[in-house]
Every structure is written in structure tokens, then in C-alpha cells.
Design a protein around this ligand. Structure first.
Ligand SMILES: CCCC/C=C/CC(=O)SCCNC(=O)CCNC(=O)[C@H](O)C(C)(C)COP(=O)(O)OP(=O)(O)OC[C@H]1O[C@@H](n2cnc3c(N)ncnc32)[C@H](O)[C@@H]1OP(=O)(O)O
Length: 263
């Protein structure tokens, strides 16, 4: 993968006071430890500045995020892998449990961890095109953690979530719209951001404390479940990584990605 030039995320505040958090790890915004740390810091920044809302997007022309960086899981240094996983848990807790309004302008593919980040927001607008979104972990021979599943069950009906998770279903934009995995489609990134802003403006007349507490209460179940089981969740992740069959599946998947990229 190409070396990183420039910051891994850009955090700007627009004239309406809305924070725009742009992931910037070419070529595909795969979530490695460093990118996750920067996303986490930006989420802290948004919370600290009491910004009323945030839009999550990507600087790539065709990929929102390719999900977890597979190289963090393939034959890893286990100490780093542990820090990687707890940082991912932190990012999810901060984003899913945030009190400010969140929306995702999904300007490209959003598999696995990319889908998770967008589902952790309150509203999703995806750019039309040959892009797909979903939790495809089973196709890699791995099992999505419970909190990934909880986040999907919080977004689409549980029957649809079970079917999508077990079959590693990647939804087209139209299919995602139909099942409610995204809320709107958009013609391009600017349109997606405009539509996210329109969603955010719906709260102009809603008292912000009542909105925030309602959001946090409705999201409490999945959050408490992870918070109570963080150590066990991390131990399970490290256990997966130590399993030779999982490592073999990851190796085959990496090969298939490399072959596809070389074509
Ligand atoms: C064990 C407990 C559970 C753990 C949970 C895991 C959740 C996850 O997030 S696992 C990651 C799942 N992600 C994927 O399956 C996505 C794989 N990537 C793709 O499908 C495609 O790359 C794309 C649709 C996102 C974009 O396609 P595009 O044609 O634009 O780019 P490519 O030519 O495929 O890729 C360019 C370059 O990037 C490398 N790469 C792609 N995805 C990843 C990734 N997730 N991690 C690391 N590297 C990735 C790809 O190999 C290419 O690299 P080279 O240029 O070096 O060949």
C-alpha cells in the first residue's frame, strides 16, 4: 500500500458550526492503529468544543473506508494487536455513544469496519454509483464481534441483519436504501454533505439536552454490553488472531485483494 503523505484525518468546522471529519489514509482508508488513534482524537476534539454536530466522510474519490486494515490482523505483533483492538473499541464507544448529532456522507465503498463507522452515526447518505456497503466478515472466515452485530441490529431489522451477517451481504446503494441501511442516496459527495446538513438542521428546534439524552438512552444496551465485556472481547479478538485457520483465511483474502488490485 502507498505510504501516507499528510495528516490521516482532517477536522474542520464549517460556517454553520458543523464539524467535518474527513478520513485521509490513501488508497482505501483502511483502519490501522494510527488512523483509529487520529479519529479518536478528533472525536474527543468535537466533544470538547461542544460542536453541535459532526459529519464523517472520506477524502478518497471512491472509498469511504475499506474497514480494518487486514495487515493489523495478519501475523500480528500481539501487543500492537491488543492496542489496535482497544483503540477500535474506544472509537466505537465515542462515536456510537456521542451526545452530538452525527451523520455519515458515504462517498464510496464501505465494507466491514467502514460500514460499522457509518452505522454508528445517526444518519447515512451514500453517493450513487457501483459502491457497496455491508458487514462481510464471514466471507473472510472471521466473525464480526457482538458490538458490530448490535450496531447493525440497531440500524436494520434483526431478521435482515442476521441474513446479511451470515451471508456476508454487500448491499448496493439501492438495496441499502431499501433495507434502511442508508437513509438517502446522493449524486456526489457535496450533495451527500448537503443532505447530512439538512438532517442536522432538523434538530434546530429540538432542545439539545433532551435530544442527546434520548439518543444515549436508546443506544445504552449495546454500549453497556461492550463496556462490561471489553476485556473478554479483546481476549476473543487475540484468540482469533492466534488461530492458524483464521490466519490462513486472512492470507488467502490478502492474496485475492492483491491479485484484484494487480489486474
Ligand atoms: C477477527 C475479529 C473480527 C475482526 C473484524 C474485522 C472487520 C473488518 O473491517 S475486516 C476488513 C474487511 N474489509 C474488506 O474486506 C475490504 C477489502 N477491500 C476491498 O474490497 C476493496 O479494496 C475496496 C472495495 C474497498 C476498494 O476497491 P479498489 O478497487 O478501490 O481498491 P483495491 O485495488 O482493492 O485496493 C487498493 C489497495 O488497498 C489494499 N486494501 C484494500 N482493502 C484493504 C484492507 N481492508 N486492509 C488492508 N489493505 C487493503 C489492497 O490490497 C490494495 O493494496 P496494493 O495496492 O498494495 O495491492
Amino acid at each position: 500500500m502507498a505510504a501516507q503523505a499528510g495528516p490521516l484525518v482532517d477536522l474542520s468546522i464549517d460556517n454553520d458550526g458543523i464539524a467535518i471529519l474527513t478520513m485521509n489514509r490513501p488508497p482505501v482508508n483502511s483502519l490501522n492503529l494510527e488512523l483509529l488513534e487520529e479519529i479518536g482524537k478528533s472525536l474527543d476534539e468535537v466533544a470538547k468544543n461542544k460542536t453541535k454536530s459532526m459529519i464523517l466522510t472520506s477524502s478518497s474519490p471512491s472509498v469511504f473506508s475499506a474497514g480494518l486494515d487486514i495487515m493489523e490482523m495478519y501475523k500480528p505483533d500481539l501487543k500492537r494487536a491488543e492496542i489496535f483492538w482497544t483503540t477500535l473499541q474506544d472509537v466505537w464507544i465515542k462515536l456510537f455513544g456521542s451526545s452530538y448529532i452525527t451523520a455519515a456522507a458515504i462517498n464510496g465503498h464501505a465494507p466491514a469496519g467502514g460500514c460499522l463507522l457509518s452505522m454508528s452515526c445517526e444518519y447515512r447518505v451514500m453517493v450513487e454509483g457501483k459502491y457497496t456497503i455491508g458487514l462481510n466478515e464471514t466471507a473472510l472466515g472471521i466473525v464480526a464481534p457482538t458490538w458490530f452485530m448490535d450496531t447493525m441490529c440497531h440500524t436494520i431489522p434483526i431478521r435482515q441483519a442476521e441474513y446479511a451477517l451470515t451471508t456476508a451481504r454487500m448491499f448496493t446503494v439501492d438495496e441499502a436504501l431499501q433495507v434502511g441501511l442508508i437513509d438517502e442516496s446522493a449524486s456526489d459527495k457535496a450533495d451527500a454533505i448537503d443532505k447530512c446538513k439538512k438532517f442536522i438542521r432538523k434538530f434546530d428546534k429540538i432542545p439539545s439536552l433532551a435530544r442527546a439524552v434520548t439518543k444515549q438512552k436508546i443506544r445504552e444496551g449495546p454500549l453497556v454490553r461492550l463496556q462490561k465485556n471489553r476485556q473478554q472481547d479483546t481476549a476473543e479478538f487475540l484468540g482469533f488472531l492466534k488461530n492458524p485457520k483464521i490466519q490462513q483465511s486472512l492470507e488467502m483474502y490478502i492474496q485475492s485483494l492483491k491479485q484484484k488490485a494487480a489486474k
